[in-house]
Design a protein around this ligand. Structure first.
Ligand SMILES: Cc1cc2nc3c(=O)[nH]c(=O)nc-3n(C[C@H](O)[C@H](O)[C@H](O)COP(=O)(O)O)c2cc1C
Length: 401
C-alpha cells in the first residue's frame, strides 16, 4: 500500500511529495511543499516517464517496483534533465539493467555532464519522432527553454496524455489529490501555480508561446506535468492562464504597491495611496513591504496586476537594496508591458525616484512610468497629499483606458 495513483488506463503516478525542502532552486520558499511527478505506463513494454529529485529516490523506487509488480522496466523517457527530475535516473538504471533511456541529443549531453554513465543504453529521438510501446504510440515535441534548452514533452497519441515536463506545473505538495478536479484550484492552488510559472519559466514567455502553438495542433486530453496536479478536467482554464502569463499580459486590472521603508515614512505614503485608490473606487489594490515578502511572491503579484507602484526611500544615494533586488528579478525574468507609478523618499539627497524611473524605462520592456511622481522629504507634508491625489487619479485614468 503506497501513495501511487492510477492516472488513466495503464498509467500510474509514481512520484513523491516533498514537504521538507524550504527553498525551491535554493531561492523560492515553498511553504506548501512541492511534488516531483513521475509516471509509469504498462503496455507491451513498460515505460517510466522522468524520475524524481534525489531526496525522494527511495520512496519513488518503491512506487516503481510496486507498479511494475515483477515486470522489468524497458524504457525510461527523460523529458527534462534538471536534477529535481533526473537525479534518480542512475539508480533506476542500476536496478533495471535492461532499461534503455529515450531522450534527445542535448539531454544526453547534459547526462554526461552530470556524470551519468549510459554505456550504450541511449535511444536518441528527434522532434516529431514517434515510438511505439505496444498499444501506445508517443511522439516527441521539443520544448526548448521551457525551462532548459534540452526540455521536450512527450505526447501519447493513443490516449491524449501530454507528459509536459516543467510546463503546466505548480509548487505545492499533492497530498493524495492528484487531479485538478480533486482540488479547488482557483482557491488553493492558483497563487502557487502563478508563482511557479513566473519565477521558473517566466523569462521564457516566447518559448512557452511556441509550445502552446504546437500543443494546439494535437488533441490533448490530459497534462501530466512534473510538479503539481494532473489536468484532466478544465484544461482551457490552465491554458488561458499560461497564455496570459507567457505574453506578459496582466490577469487583473488593479494596483500592486510595493514599498521599501526603514522608519515608516515611505510606508505611510504607500498606505495613503492605497486608501486614496480605494476611496476613489479602485479597490483591487495589494500592498507589500519589500523587506518582508519574499521576492518570488512580489514577482508573481507583478505578473498578476496591470499597474505597479514602487515606493522607495533613498539609501546611500541608491534605490533601497531590497527594492533594487525586486527590480533586478523583474528584469532577468523578462517582465514587461506594465504601467508604473513612483513614490520616493530621502532626507538629504533624494535619488530613488529618478533611479527607479530610469531602471524601468531602460531595463524593462514596454513599460511606462507615469509622470505624476510623489517625492517625500523625510515625512509626508501637505504638498505630498496633492501629489498622491494626482498619482491616484493618473493610475485610475490609466486603468480605465
Ligand atoms: C543607511 C542610510 C542611507 C541613507 N542614504 C540616504 C541618501 O543617500 N539620500 C537621502 O536623501 N537619504 C538617505 N537616507 C535617509 C532616508 O532615505 C530617509 O530618512 C527616509 O526618509 C527614510 O524613509 P523611511 O521612514 O520610509 O524609512 C539614508 C538612511 C540610511 C539609514
Amino acid at each position: 500500500m503506497s501513495s501511487v495513483r492510477k492516472v488513466t488506463e495503464n498509467l500510474y503516478w509514481v512520484g513523491v511529495n516533498d514537504k521538507r525542502l524550504h527553498l525551491f532552486e535554493n531561492i523560492h520558499p515553498i511553504p506548501r511543499g512541492v511534488s516531483y511527478n513521475s509516471y509509469v505506463l504498462l503496455d507491451e513494454k513498460s515505460v517510466l516517464f522522468d524520475t524524481v529529485d534525489w531526496s525522494g529516490c527511495r520512496e519513488f523506487l518503491h512506487h516503481v517496483k510496486e507498479v511494475l509488480d515483477g515486470r522489468s522496466l524497458d524504457y525510461l523517457v527523460i523529458n527534462h534533465m534538471e536534477p529535481d527530475h533526473a537525479a534518480s535516473m542512475e539508480e533506476v538504471l542500476i536496478r533495471y539493467p535492461n532499461c534503455k533511456v529515450i531522450s534527445n541529443e542535448k539531454a544526453f549531453l547534459f547526462m554526461r555532464q552530470f556524470g551519468f554513465d549510459l554505456d550504450g543504453r541511449m535511444i536518441e529521438v528527434k522532434e516529431g519522432d514517434t515510438f511505439c510501446f505496444g498499444k501506445h504510440t508517443v511522439t516527441f515535441v521539443f520544448a526548448q527553454m521551457v525551462h532548459w534548452p534540452e526540455a521536450m514533452v512527450t505526447f501519447d497519441m493513443t490516449n491524449g496524455v501530454l507528459f509536459s515536463a516543467d510546463a503546466f506545473g505548480s509548487f505545492g505538495s499533492l497530498d493524495g489529490k492528484l487531479f485538478d478536479d480533486e482540488v479547488n484550484f482557483d482557491r488553493d492552488w492558483i497563487d502557487d501555480a502563478r508563482r511557479y510559472f513566473c519565477n521558473i519559466v517566466g523569462k521564457y514567455g516566447p518559448f512557452v508561446q511556441q509550445l502552446l502553438k504546437k500543443a494546439s495542433t494535437v488533441p490533448i486530453k490530459m497534462f501530466c506535468p512534473l510538479h503539481g496536479p494532473v489536468w484532466r478536467n478544465d484544461l482551457g482554464y490552465y491554458l488561458d492562464k499560461h497564455d496570459k502569463w507567457s505574453r506578459y499580459e496582466p490577469e487583473e486590472k488593479g494596483v500592486l504597491i510595493v514599498y521599501a521603508s526603514m522608519y515608516g515614512n515611505t510606508e505611510a505614503a504607500a498606505q495613503a495611496l492605497a486608501s486614496k485608490l480605494c476611496e476613489k473606487g479602485i479597490c483591487n489594490v495589494a500592498v507589500y513591504d519589500v523587506s518582508v515578502t519574499h521576492v518570488s511572491y512580489l514577482v508573481a503579484e507583478a505578473f498578476k496586476y496591470s499597474h505597479i507602484v514602487l515606493a522607495s526611500c533613498t539609501y546611500n544615494l541608491q534605490i533601497y537594496p531590497m527594492m533594487y533586488d525586486f527590480l533586478h528579478h523583474l528584469k532577468i525574468l523578462n517582465f514587461q508591458k506594465r504601467t508604473f507609478g513612483i513614490i520616493e523618499n530621502g532626507t538629504w539627497a533624494i535619488k530613488a525616484g529618478d533611479l527607479m524611473r530610469s531602471f524601468i524605462e531602460h531595463e524593462l520592456k514596454e513599460c511606462l512610468v507615469l509622470d505624476e511622481q510623489v517625492s517625500v522629504n523625510s515625512s509626508m507634508k501637505e504638498s505630498n497629499k496633492t501629489e498622491l491625489d494626482a498619482l491616484a487619479d493618473a493610475l485610475i485614468d490609466s486603468i480605465q483606458k
